[in-house]
Design a protein around this ligand. Sequence first.
Ligand code: NDP
Length: 251
Amino acid sequence: STLPLAGRSAVVTGAASGIGAAIAERLAADGASVALVARRTDRLDELAGRITAGGGSAFGVGMDVTQQDSVDRGVEVIGERLGRVDLVVNSAGVMLSAPIEQARSDDWARMIDTNLTGTLRLIGAFTPGLIEAAGEGGTADLVNISSIGSHLVFPGYGVYGATKAAVTQLSNAIRADLSPYDVRVTNVEPGLTESELGTHLSEEAQAGLAGMFDAIGPIASADVADLVAYVVSRRREVNLSHLVVLPTRQA
Ligand code: NDP
């Protein structure tokens, strides 16, 4: 096959919806075999069915990235079905509005556990395989979906922004650790993107977000997927390390 990602084995977290689902679909269309990871297995199975029907290769793996035992089980299934993984995309994430004066520590913990610790759990599980793949002359990629929110300030979203700033800095630090092994690290910072991210917000916060969507106009998850597909299909000596992608009207 002449598809750009033929022979690659990928794991995409957050593949039940939004950016993760779009990335998974695109990587599969470009020839990768893809493990689809999230908690809603019905969504994953539906997407896997669509990919398979189109001639691609994908399967769903139920996993809660906040639970180490769930991650361990899922990683084992992925190893059995996919073998060594050479492309990891961390897109699982939650955004809750947690105004600092309301001290909703459960919301803070959920965002930190999912966005930061969850990403770390996947990195911990798959880094040895990425190093091995690159060591054998293959192409190996770690892609973290951070956010433009790691640089900008949105009132009420301080903890979310902090988790994303942590992911961005983690990507930078890990790139220094992994570059000697020829493993690429790409940090993606999307701006406003159409997805289900806002669905966990309070009604009031959803209204605020809707105003932003109306004013700016979001990009599509498929737009982000398009760029990720570009990044991971460069020759292995080229690392597009930082990707900021915004709606044109989001300055
Ligand atoms: P979605 O809510 O559509 O996607 C989030 C995905 O993460 C879902 O598939 C969800 O599936 C999964 N997920 C959430 N919690 C867990 C968990 N504990 N374990 C496993 N999977 C989990 O939103 P987006 O696609 O927008 O979000 C993807 C990433 O993009 C996030 O990290 C977000 O912060 C980032 N981002 C989004 C922007 C936007 O404007 N949309 C802008 C910048 C960054 P399930 O619930 O089934 O587990």
